[in-house]
Write a protein that binds this ligand. Structure first.
Ligand code: BJW
Length: 241
């Protein structure tokens, strides 16, 4: 039935793995000011505060009990068994998609497990927390590594590839994202405009002005295994998942 699938994931897909979302009750933005921890200006003002924010989240990601859930595993199965083009775009900086077995993956807002040299742009897999002595090895003198994340006002990663895939796809699924942050929030418009079937999976009911053609309300970990089964058996996605 479908030939080219693009999936966009947000914080909601990792909620069942024990990782906090941003804007839900008890989300990260209830405990931290966005301007302080998620902007280049905040980082310039207080590197230690921003480093502590990302060091804590890195430690949490490495902790026992944080594992891919059935939704991550279902998407890895879809990539492996689907007989057409597939691209997974995640806004999440955790590594649960890779740990579930996904390869065709773009981390459009960066990766928690990496630091970046502010001078050369080279990325490094983190082996120790961010701090004044954690320097790059690509420059002389070494530069203090910054989190490899996309803050407000910075350009998301992989946008050319994403735009191409959105224009070509015939199915676009967005899972566990509030649709408040651009450009990701506009992907559904592009997909609709190019004739794709657009489907949203979210714990919350659809917004009144939702652009999605179909909304499936519930937990991603409960909906995605059935949804992937439907796609792989060649069915058009319906509301009966
Ligand atoms: C479940 C569930 C379960 C729970 N199952 N569901 C005015 C208009 C338009 C744009 C702008 C504007 N002013 C400024 C902008 C641009 C700005 C922006 O969008 N601002 C808005 C807030 C208005 N965007 C940018 O600055 C971006 N860059 C940019 O635009 O560059 C210029 C450009 C120009 C032209 C073309 C292209 C680019 C950069 C944005 C960077 C965002 N960075 C962050 C932090 C990253 C690092 C980190 O993690 O710390 O990314 S912010 C944060 O929000 C994070 C997330 O990836 C992102 C999205 O959040 P997400 O994933 O949607 O999470 P939540 O918490 O919001 O939602 C969770 C959802 O899950 C909820 O709906 C729940 O119901 C659901 N859920 N449990 C299913 N079990």
């Amino acid at each position: 039935m479908y030939k080219r699938i693009v999936v966009l994931t947000g914080a909601g897909i990792s909620a069942e793995s024990g990782i906090r979302t941003f804007r839900d009750q008890d989300g990260l933005w209830e405990r931290h000011h966005i301007e302080d921890v998620a902007t280049p200006e905040g980082y310039a003002r207080n590197k230690e505060l921003v480093e502590a924010f990302y060091n804590d989240r890195w430690q949490q990601l490495l902790s026992a009990g944080v594992e891919p859930n059935p939704a991550h595993l279902a998407l890895a199965r879809l990539e492996k068994e689907f007989d057409g083009e597939f691209l997974l775009i995640t806004q999440n900086i955790d590594n649960l998609h890779e740990r579930a077995g996904s390869f065709k993956l773009i981390h459009m807002h960066g990766e928690l497990v990496k630091g970046r040299c502010p001078q050369s742009g080279q990325t490094f897999l983190l082996t120790e927390p961010f701090g004044p002595d954690h320097l790059c090895t690509c420059c002389i003198p070494g530069q203090r590594l910054r989190p490899h994340v996309v803050w407000f006002g910075e350009m998301p990663l992989g946008l050319d590839r994403i735009q191409f895939a959105l224009e070509e796809c015939d199915l676009f699924i967005a899972i566990g994202t509030s649709g408040t942050v651009y450009p990701a929030a506009g992907f559904v418009d592009t997909a609709n405009h190019h004739g794709a079937h657009t489907v949203e999976v979210n714990l919350a009911p659809p917004a009144r002005d939702s652009e999605f053609q179909l909304h499936l309300t519930g937990k991603a970990g409960e909906i995605m295994p059935t949804l992937v089964g439907q796609i792989l058996s060649g069915e058009k996605i319906s509301g009966s998942c």
